[in-house]
Design a protein around this ligand. Structure first.
Ligand code: ATP
Length: 585
């Protein structure tokens, strides 16, 4: 879950801490007040602050103001650089940088050349000496950006921010983490901890006063501008373990922008057959892109949105509208990609969608209603889907990570750097967890043996859980059988109809794969569905204990204690009685 990165820095009592999300597209800053996290708006009133720097006449602009300069001043505007931190030039993908300052190879170091200083001018403003452009390493760019970001937080809070918890994608390697910490340190920020993005999102939800700490499997879909990162997280006794992750650089926000850009460019050309294609001119393309993104965001709220650009191409103004249904149709293949990504990561974790208790949609693209609707089609109704369009109590997905980071920052701010190092040891991510459940066998009314789970699979160890189980009504001697358990998916086929019996060998997965093309948009084909449910299977017996003379209507308490070395101690006793049986496995 975390990386131990604190370094000798500010004394705990002198710290002012915030949470930072530093994305390729946008960044956010948050702080806590009375244990509640709040996202800070910068001087422009933005809570999602574009991760962009731009230089005009020697002045540095950041955020939304810098983004606007992508149209008029792209060469001196640096965007989409976060993922280059800690990487050699050879290993970066510069796809997203073609419309802004291009990354360059300076002895393997990713760098950008921008004119960040003004020319020397006389009193009339005439240039008397041109000042050369500067070549800035990605470290320098990130440092300058983080300095501005934290500067906004300091202005807002009225005191200098000293320290932060920063979120990182789950696939950031040590070099990338080190590079991020170095940039933050150079910007004057002590990094208390780096926490992974999905854990930050889960924390933001779990910290709500109404949240109950429960054992659960959570899928966090972090859908951003240039990348989508999905993780399966097991939350057991308040401890988070990442079970599987998937990363995709195709299905993300810019792919949706591209769909709208193409759509409106074609419409423009249809209306103005002799005009130049706006996609072939850098300035027109930049205008098209900015407006397409705005239209896309408007379509997340309303059923219709307008698109309007002055002088789009050849000096011709263009205005149009689009409704959500049309957008969802033209963007269908991108929108469906998110489902496949989420399904793949659940599978990678060795789980079934029925195992998933909660799906958290995080990141800007998660505002898209169709993505949430499509996901709701693959999960059972028992899975909580936390997205603004499907759940009114969902937290703004653009704010989740910064909030989680701020909450974590406020939790650990009182510790010395060395203690943070210890208590947030990197081992947390790779903590051992039990593969099978541990529980007891009970006999139901039909006389069948059933499994009652006590410790769930994927629980991080050490772990201790207790259950109370009703003894047979008559009381007497009770035999407690402690066993391993695992789940499997029971598929009940519908009663065969006269026609078209489903082939016995066709599994549900096969059926899903074949139906890729018709799944999400045609709700009308109401076919009888197979019923799928998760059932427990009793595995090997771990221990048996006899409890003598249980009272009529009495209960038996079973405690399972799994140690860090995976050894297990089981204690059983009658509730309310003294003594008990204890055994080590
Ligand atoms: P990445 O690192 O993947 O580039 P990020 O984490 O920096 O992304 P986010 O702010 O999470 O950035 O996501 C940005 C994306 O979310 C952009 O493509 C943006 O257009 C999109 N987005 C923001 N708000 C909305 C909205 N209301 N509806 C649809 N898309 C949105």
């Amino acid at each position: 879950m975390s990386e131990s990165v604190a370094q000798a820095g500010t004394a705990p009592e002198d710290r002012t801490v915030i949470g930072i999300t530093f994305g390729n597209s946008n960044s956010s800053i948050a702080f806590t007040v009375d244990d509640k996290a709040e996202v800070i708006a910068n001087e422009d009133g933005d809570r999602q602050i574009p991760t962009i720097l731009s230089y005009v006449d020697g002045d540095e602009y950041y955020g939304q103001q810098a983004k606007a300069f992508l149209v008029r001043n792209p060469k001196n505007t640096v965007a989409y650089f976060r993922d280059f931190l800690g990487k050699d030039f050879k290993s970066i993908d510069p796809t997203h940088n073609h419309a802004s300052a291009h990354p360059q190879d300076v002895d393997g170091v990713v760098s950008f050349t921008v004119k960040d200083k003004d020319d020397k001018k006389d009193e009339e403003g005439e240039v008397i000496e041109e000042v050369a452009a500067s070549t800035l390493s990605v470290h320098e760019v990130a440092t300058r950006y983080l300095r501005r970001l934290v500067g906004s937080a300091s202005d807002y809070l009225g005191k200098k921010v000293t320290s932060a918890v920063i979120t990182v994608p789950t696939n950031f390697n040590d070099k990338q983490k080190e590079a991020l910490i170095a940039a933050a340190n150079a910007a004057g920020i002590e990094v208390l901890q780096l926490i992974s993005e999905p854990v930050a999102a889960v924390l933001a939800y779990d910290a709500r006063p109404e949240a109950e700490v429960e054992d659960k499997i959570v899928v966090v879909a972090e859908l951003g501008g240039t990348r989508s990162d999905v993780a399966v997280v097991a939350s057991r006794g308040g401890m988070y373990t990442i079970l599987a992750t998937a990363h995709d650089y195709e299905f993300a926000g810019v792919a949706l922008d591209k769909v709208l850009m193409d759509h409106f460019a074609k419409e423009f050309l249809k209306r103005n057959s002799s005009a130049a294609d706006p996609r072939e001119n850098a300035k027109s393309l930049a205008k098209l892109r900015l407006e397409a993104e705005a239209t896309k965001k408007a379509l997340s709220i309303g059923a219709n949105a307008s698109f309007s650009v002055e002088s789009l191409s050849d000096g011709i103004d263009f205005a149009s509208t689009i409704n959500r249904l049309r957008y969802e149709t033209i963007a269908r293949s991108v929108l469906e990609g998110f489902n496949r990504l989420v399904e793949s990561v659940v599978k990678k974790a060795g789980l079934d969608v029925l195992d998933v208790d909660e799906v958290i949609l995080s990141g800007g693209t998660s505002h898209t209603p169709r993505i949430a609707q499509n996901l709701s089609n693959i999960f059972p109704s028992s899975t909580r889907l936390l997205a603004p369009s499907t759940n009114p109590s969902a937290i703004n997905p653009s704010e989740l990570q910064a909030r989680g980071a701020a909450l974590q920052a406020s939790l650990i701010q009182e510790y010395d750097a060395a203690d943070i190092d210890q208590s947030t040891h990197a081992a947390v991510t790779t903590v051992s967890h039990i593969a099978n459940a541990i529980g007891v066998v009970s006999v139901n009314e039909a006389g069948e043996e059933t499994f009652i789970p006590i410790v769930y699979p994927e629980t991080a160890v050490p772990a201790r859980r207790t259950v109370h189980i009703a003894a047979p009504k008559a009381g007497g001697d009770v035999l407690v059988k402690v066993v391993e358990g695992n789940t499997h998916i029971k598929v009940t086929k519908p009663e065969p109809k006269v026609k078209e019996e489903v082939s016995k060998s066709a599994t549900v997965e096969d059926a899903d794969d074949e139906n890729e093309d018709d799944s999400d948009f045609s709700d009308d084909e109401e076919e009888e569905e197979e019923k799928r449910e998760k059932v427990w299977k009793i595995g090997s017996t771990l221990a048996e204990a006899a409890i003598r003379g249980v009272k009529k209507g009495g209960k038996v308490e079973v405690t399972v204690n799994v140690h860090a070395d995976l050894s297990v101690i089981v204690t059983t006793r009658e509730v309310g009685a003294k003594g008990g049986v204890r055994g080590q496995l």
